[in-house]
Design a protein around this ligand. Structure first.
Ligand code: PMP
Length: 294
């Protein structure tokens, strides 16, 4: 039995709720054949979906960008997610939602009259441990070999997978993608931030080069409300290496400090005060205490 997805955990597939172990899709599904689909990950804290609407907005946007009609109304999406949350034992969850173009004879161009495949599952939320948060994470840098539409949350994730694997093999948590100009775009599955030597809080501006993280968006707002100035601009790997602090953000990684880039310490080599303050603001916004917080 898979410990992450116990056989009896319920999932949603094309209108049905069934045990994950029994869910099947045809091999001609274009998600399987071409990676022709998009996804979302919605966080749930204490059984309540957090920032659900921006996640559903982003799903809608990803679908529109790849020209798949949204197969569900907002209410239907809410009902699917709600049912999966109610049927799950853990109270903190990550609900994964995937829509592919559907099942059709293999042909690159879109098939006609195809019904999208819809799949959703809820898994226990695994966040960085208190030890990782307190010591900080390591990141490595890799060339950004992705396509030019990283703003779409596509299930085609080969460059991200290879980057995250390279990170894991070198004992790091994340890989930072570096573009042809030497600037950091984002991490394999997280947004990238630094606090410069001059105390400027910097994250790359939204564009097709990065995914518009929902956590990123929350933090830009929370920081502004707390009179912490955020500058949205590119920053180079060199600047990051010489920064006072670095950290990453995502739905499942929250706000977690980075203390080493390519094996070299960032700033003092210890997690910094700005990341700690932002994490505090974020947990306040979630309305859920940080596990293991001092
Ligand atoms: N960038 C990439 C490439 C990602 O996969 C993710 C995770 N979805 C993020 C950034 C962070 O986005 P969010 O805060 O919405 O989880």
């Amino acid at each position: 039995m898979n410990p992450i997805h116990p056989d009896d955990s319920l999932c949603y597939l094309n209108g049905e709720y069934l045990p994950l172990s029994g869910a099947r899709i045809p091999v001609l599904d274009r998600g399987f054949i071409f990676g022709d689909g998009v996804y979302e990950v919605v966080p749930v804290y204490h059984k309540r979906a957090f920032r659900l609407e921006p996640h559903l907005d982003r799903l809608q946007r990803s679908l529109a960008q790849v020209r798949i009609d949204n197969p569900h109304t907002r209410d239907e999406w809410r009902a699917i997610i709600d049912r999966l949350v109610r049927s799950s034992t853990p109270v903190d969850l990550a609900v994964y939602v995937q829509v592919t173009r559907g099942v059709a004879r293999r042909d690159f161009a879109f098939p006609r009259n195809v019904t999208p495949t819809v799949f959703a599952m809820a898994s226990a939320l695994t966040r960085p441990s208190a030890a990782q948060r307190d010591a900080g994470l390591r990141t490595i840098s890799v060339p950004d070999a992705r396509w030019l539409r990283c703003d779409i949350k596509s299930v085609s994730l080969l460059p991200n997978i290879l980057a995250k694997q390279a990170a894991r093999e070198s004992g790091a948590y994340e890989a930072w993608f570096v573009d042809k100009d030497g600037n950091v775009t984002e991490g394999g599955s997280t947004n990238a931030w630094i606090v410069t030597k001059d105390g400027e809080l910097v994250t790359r501006q939204l564009s097709n080069s990065i995914l518009g993280g929902i956590t990123r968006r929350s933090l830009v707002k929370l920081a502004a409300d707390a009179q912490i100035k955020v500058v949205e601009r590119p920053f180079s790997l060199e600047e990051a290496r010489g920064a006072r602090e670095a950290f990453l953000t995502s739905t499942t990684s929250f706000v977690t400090p980075i203390t080493k880039i390519d094996g070299k310490p960032v700033g003092t080599g210890k997690p910094g005060a700005v990341a700690a303050r932002l994490r505090e603001l974020y947990y306040g916004y979630m309305g859920s205490p940080e596990p293991g917080a001092a």
